[in-house]
Each structure stands twice: as C-alpha cells, then as structure tokens.
Design a protein around this ligand. Structure first.
Ligand SMILES: C[S@@+](CC[C@H](N)C(=O)[O-])C[C@H]1O[C@@H](n2cnc3c(N)ncnc32)[C@H](O)[C@@H]1O
Length: 266
C-alpha cells in the first residue's frame, strides 16, 4: 500500500515535470558553463552501438535534449520517444518538429511499457531511472522490449556530482543534499541494478565541470529542484546573497561534475 510519503513524492514529481520549464533551467546552466565543450549528448552518440537500421526507444525523454544538439542520427533509425508526463511529450514534439527524423511520441510509464517483447535494438534511459519508484521493474521492462542483441544506455550522475551545491544545501537549507537522485540510481548505486537486469554492463565516465560566472542561472538551477518547496524565501534570499558575493569577489564559482553512462547488453 502507498504511504503518505510515496503519495507526496509522486505529487512533487508530477509537479516538477508537468512541463519542461524546471528541467530547462538546469539544462541551461550546463549548456552555458560546462568546461568540456565536446558535449555530453555528442559523447553519448559516440558510445551507442546501434545498427544503421534500428528501432530506438527513449524513456523519460524530457524536453528531447538528446536529439537537439550536433548529433548524427542515421536515416534508418525509427525513434519512439516516451515520457510519463504528457506536458513533456507535447514540448518535445514541438522542439523536435523541424529536425525531420523519424520520431513518434507516446506517454508511458517506464514500469509498464506499452510495447511488444523484443521490439527494440536500443533503449535509452537518461537521467530518469532515479525517479522511477520500482527500478527493477522498469529495468525488467527494458529487458523485455529489447531484442536479444539489443543494448540499454542509461546516463546518470555519481555521488561527487555538484558536491559544492550539496554543501550549500547543508549550509543554507539545512538538508544533507539538494537531491536524492544519486542515492537512488547513480553511477555507484545503479550498477547493481544494471548487473541484475543485463548480461554485460560497462560504465563510461564523461569528464566535465562547471565554472559559473553569474549567480542568477545558478539560483534558477537550485530553485528548479524539489528542495525549493521545503525551504523559506529567507533561506533562498540568504543563498542568493552568498552566491552574488562569491562571484563579485572571485569572479566565478567552480563546481565539480561526475557524470557517465551505463552501456548494457541484454
Ligand atoms: C531529469 S528528467 C531527464 C529528461 C531527459 N532524459 C534528459 O536527459 O534531459 C527526467 C524525466 O523522466 C520522466 N519520468 C520520471 N518518472 C518516469 C517514469 N516512471 N516513466 C517515464 N518517465 C518518467 C520525467 O517526466 C522527466 O521528463
């Protein structure tokens, strides 16, 4: 039976992703201030082992960021992009309309995929498995819909990701960290789930960091997170003053990143 905490967390998740506005604030910070200019999405495409003619399923596609950058999508790929949020699907459809690739869209929960067994060459689940209440069930679904030769790609963050932001969370918001994502399905905690679901699992890491030179986009990032609903306006104002002061004195704020992707063979 669902507890009050489960119901609360499902409500916050729906609110967080009812549309792409909060996610876009976080993506903007990474796009503007990441030191590795190669690009995470381009790097992911380098690691895909997907045939030239293939059916590709994406779970939790968000605003469709994976497909929007300078990536080469073979003309023989048919992509089905899914997300549990109807608002996200509407935005992604609009965001990708002009690309001309063979996209179709569907609202779907990763824990109960409306697709036949062994129907995809690849399933991509980027930065979303940590939101899924029953992770083994979702990975069981991924395995079921993959062809025997298929691969699952799941990007996520490690515990050291943006640890400076967690230090600010502890100091200004009195919470141990801004988000529980890496504890649920991170580069460390996710590996055991992946090994239980798939025959071969490899972890690839993408080296990167942030050098942020403006306080406002960093505050937008922090305020886009679920923690915002648990802290007062005064706490937020204190943190804002601190960040503005840091930038005025040092000219920048350096933030570590720890990101990567599991590449798993069915
Ligand atoms: C952090 S965003 C990541 C979006 C995108 N993959 C990216 O890398 O930018 C997480 C996405 O997962 C979706 N999501 C959360 N739980 C889900 C579930 N159980 N099934 C499908 N999608 C889910 C959310 O609606 C949101 O769009």
């Amino acid at each position: 039976m669902a507890t009050n905490t489960d119901i609360d967390s499902a409500r916050l998740l729906r609110e967080q992703y009812k549309d792409g506005s909060k996610l876009s604030a976080r993506i903007r910070l990474h796009q503007r201030f990441s030191t590795n200019r190669y690009g995470l999405m381009r790097w992911m495409f380098d690691h895909f082992r997907i045939p030239e003619n293939a059916s590709v399923l994406e779970l939790g596609c968000g605003t469709g960021i994976l497909w929007r950058g300078s990536v080469r999508v073979p003309p023989g790929w048919r992509m089905i992009l899914t997300d549990m949020s109807g608002g996200m699907i509407r935005e992604t459809r609009a965001n990708l309309a002009r690309l001309g690739h063979r996209f179709t869209f569907a609202q779907a929960d990763a824990q109960a995929l409306p697709f036949r067994d062994a129907s995809f060459d690849a399933v991509i689940a980027n930065h979303m498995l940590y939101h899924v209440p029953d992770i083994p069930r979702a990975l069981g679904e991924v395995r079921r819909v993959l062809k025997p030769s298929g691969f699952c790609y799941a990007a996520t963050m490690g515990v050291a990701n943006m640890r400076e932001i967690d230090e600010l969370a502890a100091r200004f918001f009195s919470v141990p960290r801004m988000t529980e994502s890496t504890a649920r399905f991170g580069l460390e905690s996710g590996e055991a789930y992946m090994r239980r679901a798939f025959s071969e699992v490899k972890l690839e890491r993408y080296p990167d960091s942030l050098v942020v030179t403006e306080a406002a986009p960093l505050m937008d990032y922090i305020c886009s997170m679920r923690v915002r609903s648990r802290v007062s306006d005064e706490q937020v104002a204190d943190l804002r003053r601190h960040l503005e002061n840091e930038i005025a004195v040092r000219g920048e704020i350096r933030i570590s990143k720890d990101t990567g992707m599991f590449v798993a063979r069915r």
